[in-house]
Design a protein around this ligand. Structure first.
Ligand code: SF4
Length: 266
């Protein structure tokens, strides 16, 4: 097994409230974007009653959406994927979220035997050694659980926004994933300032890692803080050259098959 080359990132202790101070702003058009998001969720919940789910990463956008679901009493399930490599702060937020809203969250996990077999062959931090191994890890820990989460459901709700990256510039409010399932992106045209204005004005809990300059939070080994001026998603898989890097959840709509356990390292 090759040695892991990427050292762990040291994270500065979060400063509570810093994200609000940095980002929250009431921009022109905020009320219209909020009303549009609510209307989009209401229409989707009605059209897919009993078969719609929010796939939440517990990131800032997803916390807005869950708050809208609860506040407007929409019949939408809320699910999270516990990859087994999440930050302690994210796991703690899951508990805080359930207590805050008084709802149960569905928790989906990867197949334990497949993860053990992968780690036995490639090591726990194989993601640093090659894009193929990184995608294999995302396939096992994210894409495959998402596929089970979505089985039997006709629509899913995401926190994708056009502003997040060039890769997401074409996101629309209502979309179809590659399986033909409805994909609802109620915050498609929201700005980062809108997200934080909503969280602040509605008292919604959020991941304290956002205060540590992590606008986009994934698994602990694959997320670092960003510097001023860096791209919104620059802290995700930062050692890879491909500027379009994603985990596979939104490239495939969970249609892709996770890569096999035996993966070339180059
Ligand atoms: Fe694995 Fe990193 Fe992908 Fe998480 S983000 S599933 S740890 S490669």
């Amino acid at each position: 097994m090759a040695e892991t080359r990427i050292p762990p990132i040291r994270i500065e202790p979060p400063l509570p409230g810093r994200a609000f101070a940095l980002y929250a702003q009431r921009l022109p058009g905020y009320e219209e974007r909020l009303q549009q998001a609510v209307a989009t969720l209401q229409q989707a919940a009605c059209a897919h009653a009993g078969r719609i789910v929010q796939a939440s990463s517990l990131g800032a956008e997803d916390m807005v959406i869950t708050d809208l679901i609860v506040r407007h009493r929409l019949p939408v399930a809320v699910a999270v994927i516990d990859t087994g490599r999440l930050h302690a702060e994210t796991l703690a937020l899951r508990q805080r979220a359930m207590a805050h809203w008084g709802i149960a969250l569905e928790v989906w996990q990867p197949d334990t035997a497949e993860v053990r077999a992968f780690e036995a062959e490639h090591g726990a931090d194989a993601m640093y050694r090659s894009p193929a191994l990184r995608h294999a890890c995302c396939g096992l820990r994210k894409v495959e659980p998402l596929r089970r989460l979505l089985a039997g459901r006709t629509a899913w709700i995401t926190g994708l926004r056009r502003e997040q990256s060039g890769q997401r510039a074409g996101v629309s409010l209502l979309d179809l994933d590659e399986t033909g399932r409805a994909k609802v992106n109620p915050l498609a045209d929201w700005r980062w300032a809108d997200v934080w204005h909503y969280l602040q004005t509605h008292g919604v809990p959020y991941n304290p890692l956002h205060d540590a300059f992590m606008p986009s939070i994934g698994c602990a080994p694959c997320t670092r803080p960003i510097a001023v001026g860096e791209d919104f998603r620059a802290g995700r898989w930062w050692w890879e050259d491909d500027p379009r890097r994603e985990c596979g959840l939104h490239l495939s709509g969970a249609a892709a098959t996770p890569l096999p356990l035996s993966v070339a390292e180059s």
